[in-house]
Every structure is written in structure tokens, then in C-alpha cells.
Ligand binder design. Structure first.
Ligand SMILES: [Zn+2]
Length: 180
């Protein structure tokens, strides 16, 4: 390989490696988690499926999935009809063609909610990871939270019965035995 070819090759790897979903996959893999990708038989085609943990992970881009956007308060029926969304720190909707983008993001959010609900109805745990949570200074913190969730999902499968609380009633109604 010439230095130029090598550079192109490296920058290609680096480029694809910065994709949010890949960051999550790499972290999970290097911490011993094994998973499947885009499993079609699972509703909503989650990005990552960890079957032993009964968990589906979605890695969402902040813009397309409208991370943190809020409904602008509708002051009248007319406004409510074409209500706007309020930008968040990581989802800034362009002012040009704004209505188009608002509509698109809203539809994506609706589809997301339907997918999550369908998965949960089918007994899956859902974890949503946002692109902005995977920045270099946040990824470790985020993934440790994900790991806690995965482990609590695993434990909850073995905790399907609750023990009957211990009762002292019988003890107190019985006469105390006295040794003579
Ligand atoms: Zn975000």
C-alpha cells in the first residue's frame, strides 16, 4: 500500500467508525456482550438485539428522531392545527421548510413510539441511546448506564415470584415455653 492508499483506507475506517451505532457495538463487544444486528423477526427492526437479555437497543440520531424537542404551546385552534416544535440543544430544526421538517420528525417519533410499544407488548426490554450521549466525554457514562439496565433486565427474568412476607403472628400467639 502506498502512504496515500493507506491514508484513504484509514480515514475510511475512521469515518465509518464514528457512526453512533458502531460506537455502541464496539463498546458492547469489547465488554464481552454478543448481539445480533437488525433482526427482522423482531418488531421495529432494532439496531442491536441482545436475546439473552431480552433487550432491543435503538441508537437514534438526535435530529431525525427529535431528541429533546418539545411541543410549542398552542395558543389557539389555528395554531394548534400547524403547531411547531421547539428546538433542543441537539435537534435544531431548519427555519427553511420548517413545516416539512417538523412533520417528518413528528412522524419518526410516532413510529418510534409504536415500535417500542410493540416490542414491550412482546416481552422485550427497550433501550434507546441518543447520538449526543455517545460523544467522547459521555460515552463511558452512557454505556455504564446501559450495562446496568442490561443486567437488571437479566435479573428481572429470575425474579418472577415475590416471597411471602415473614409473619410473626404465629409466634406471638403461642405460649412461651418455660423451662422448669
Ligand atoms: Zn441528543
Amino acid at each position: 500500500m502506498t502512504p496515500e492508499q493507506r491514508h484513504r483506507c484509514m480515514s475510511h475506517i475512521k469515518g465509518s467508525g464514528t457512526k453512533p451505532e458502531l460506537k455502541v457495538r464496539r463498546w458492547l463487544w469489547s465488554h464481552g456482550y454478543r448481539y445480533r444486528l437488525n433482526v427482522k423477526s423482531v418488531p421495529g427492526k432494532p439496531d442491536i438485539v441482545l436475546r439473552p437479555y431480552q433487550t432491543a437497543i435503538f441508537v437514534n440520531g438526535c435530529f431525525w428522531h427529535g431528541h429533546g424537542v418539545t411541543e410549542s404551546p398552542a395558543k389557539s385552534d389555528e395554531l394548534r392545527a400547524k403547531s411547531d416544535l421547539i428546538n433542543s440543544a441537539c435537534c435544531k430544526i431548519p427555519t427553511t421548510n420548517r413545516e416539512f421538517w417538523v412533520e417528518k420528525i413528528r412522524r419518526n417519533q410516532e413510529r418510534d413510539q409504536q415500535n417500542y410499544a410493540l416490542l414491550q407488548e412482546n416481552g422485550w426490554n427497550v433501550i434507546v441511546i441518543w447520538e449526543c450521549q455517545l460523544k467522547p466525554d459521555r460515552i463511558e457514562y452512557t454505556m455504564h448506564d446501559v450495562e446496568l439496565l442490561l443486567n437488571s433486565n437479566l435479573l428481572s427474568m429470575y425474579k418472577q415470584h415475590t416471597p411471602v412476607p415473614y409473619s410473626t403472628e404465629e409466634e406471638t400467639s403461642l405460649p412461651m415455653a418455660a423451662e422448669s
